[in-house]
Design a protein around this ligand. Structure first.
Ligand SMILES: Cc1cc2nc3c(=O)[nH]c(=O)nc-3n(C[C@H](O)[C@H](O)[C@H](O)COP(=O)(O)OP(=O)(O)OC[C@H]3O[C@@H](n4cnc5c(N)ncnc54)[C@H](O)[C@@H]3O)c2cc1C
Length: 413
């Protein structure tokens, strides 16, 4: 928990938000991005990430008997450090369209399986000792959890790539940092922009970390998955959001059956885009492409690509001199195939709707404020339980219109 007598350097950003000095207040003020960093930095293990079933998110819980008021949980909370940068994508050295050369991984992954392939390359070549990734939970058909991959369990990435593809739920990835400390060497972490931003703060982690970012339009409540499964009358089935080619399928797998729909235009995709299940904290995010990562990944939602591509390609944003030779090494070993170079404008265009939300002036729009208020009520009172495809579609269309009205205003340097 943060100090009762706030230190001036911590108080300033908090005062700006009009909230008191307590990491639990991040939850109350809907600012918690559920990254798990507070639980890692707490020197007395007073903070734990606890799943809130009603809201469908993990939130930090502080044990008051253990807390020593050191303030670290607030100091390293990325919600305090999310200034808008003056770029749309962040700086980079190379921009590529690529895929894993292993067809099982390529088709089982979210886009081109390059993250999966890169993690295996990093561990096999001993460039890192371990990596934190996210996987479908073996204990719950809804939850996903952070998992440490090392040379002993690396085969799982190859055997079950779909378990390690994008899970459209919020996952406290950084809570696993405590476990990887024992490796005493370089590690890799795959995370969303907020998680990468938390990791990028100075003095946060004693060892070197390769930061692998994924683009993110917002963390999702597990309630979306629960609701989707209820619609489909398969409440116990395990959900796979993407994979089985590109753009992939939403699959519900139970012992008796497998129900699948193409992700694009599906009910689940409409639920995702309607914003009803998104974490309200993500409305304050200004980073779509994990600008502080060493390498970032996203889907290439280009019209021609969507018409022609069936197996999947990842858009790769190599950001620095550390990652250039490593990525080149994976290409030379024929683990990753480069399809072509990409132009920044092409990539930006494919993510324009989210960029308008994250980098634009949408928050000043009264219609946007009313819309957000409305979806908060719908989520809180579970009114979505009576919604069908067409209603979600209407929310998506309205949100799309609001985004198109937004003007991008980048911060001055
Ligand atoms: C909530 C969410 C929103 C996203 N929004 C966008 C978007 O707006 N635009 C876009 O282009 N791409 C988005 N992505 C990223 C996209 O889905 C792919 O992850 C990306 O294209 C990389 O694909 P790949 O085949 O190379 O990766 P894969 O080889 O499939 O690897 C995916 C990696 O993502 C990690 N991961 C999976 N789920 C989570 C999670 N919930 N939290 C943290 N890490 C996770 C896993 O550790 C895995 O290593 C989003 C992903 C998530 C999880």
């Amino acid at each position: 928990m943060c100090p009762r007598n706030p230190r001036p350097d911590l108080a300033a950003p908090l005062e700006g938000m009009g909230i008191k000095m307590n990491i639990e207040n991040m939850v109350k003020s809907s600012r918690c991005v559920q990254c798990g960093m507070c639980s890692f930095v707490c020197p007395v293990k007073a903070v734990s990430m606890v799943f809130n079933k009603k809201r469908g998110f993990y939130f930090p819980r502080v044990s008051r008997s253990l807390c020593v008021d050191c303030g670290k949980c607030c100091k390293y909370c990325p919600a305090f450090h999310n200034d808008k940068k003056n770029t749309l994508m962040g700086s980079y050295e190379n921009l590529l369209l690529a895929h894993s050369n292993n067809m099982h991984i390529r088709r089982g992954s979210t886009s081109g399986g390059v993250i999966n392939e890169l993690i295996r390359y990093l561990i096999e070549k001993k460039i890192v000792k371990a990596a934190i990734v996210t996987a479908a939970s073996p204990y719950s058909p809804v939850l996903a959890e952070p998992v440490v991959i090392n040379e002993n369990n690396i085969h799982e990435l190859l055997e079950r790539p779909r378990d390690f593809a994008s899970r459209y739920v919020s996952v406290p990835v950084l809570s696993k940092l405590r476990e990887v400390k024992k490796y005493k060497g370089r590690i890799a972490v795959v995370g969303t922009p907020c998680q990468i931003n938390a990791l990028s703060m100075e003095g946060i982690y004693p060892m070197e970390v390769i930061k692998i970012g994924i683009a993110c339009s917002g963390g999702m409540s597990c309630q979306a998955t629960e609701q989707y499964k209820r619609y489909m009358h398969l409440p116990k089935a395990a959900m796979y959001y993407r994979g089985e080619g590109w753009p992939g399928k939403n699959s519900l797998k139970s012992k008796e059956s497998v129900l699948e729909f193409p992700h694009q235009g599906s009910l689940f995709e409409r639920m995702f885009t309607s914003q009803i299940f998104k974490n309200p904290a993500c409305r304050h995010c200004h980073d779509q492409f994990a600008e502080n990562a060493d390498i970032s990944f996203c889907d290439f939602w280009n019209r021609a690509e969507m018409n022609s591509e069936k197996d999947g390609n990842s858009c790769v944003i190599i950001r620095n001199q550390l990652m250039l030779p490593i990525f080149q090494g994976a290409v030379e070993e024929k683990r990753i195939d480069i399809v072509r170079s990409l132009r920044e404008e092409e990539v930006i265009e494919t993510q324009m709707q989210v960029l308008k939300m994250k980098k634009g002036n949408m928050h000043e729009n009264l219609k946007f404020k009313i819309f957000m208020h409305l979806i908060d009520i719908i989520f809180r009172f579970k009114l979505y339980r009576i919604f069908r495809f067409r209603i979600y579609q209407k929310f998506c269309s309205f949100y799309g219109r609001l985004c198109s009205e937004s003007e991008i205003d980048l911060a001055e340097d």
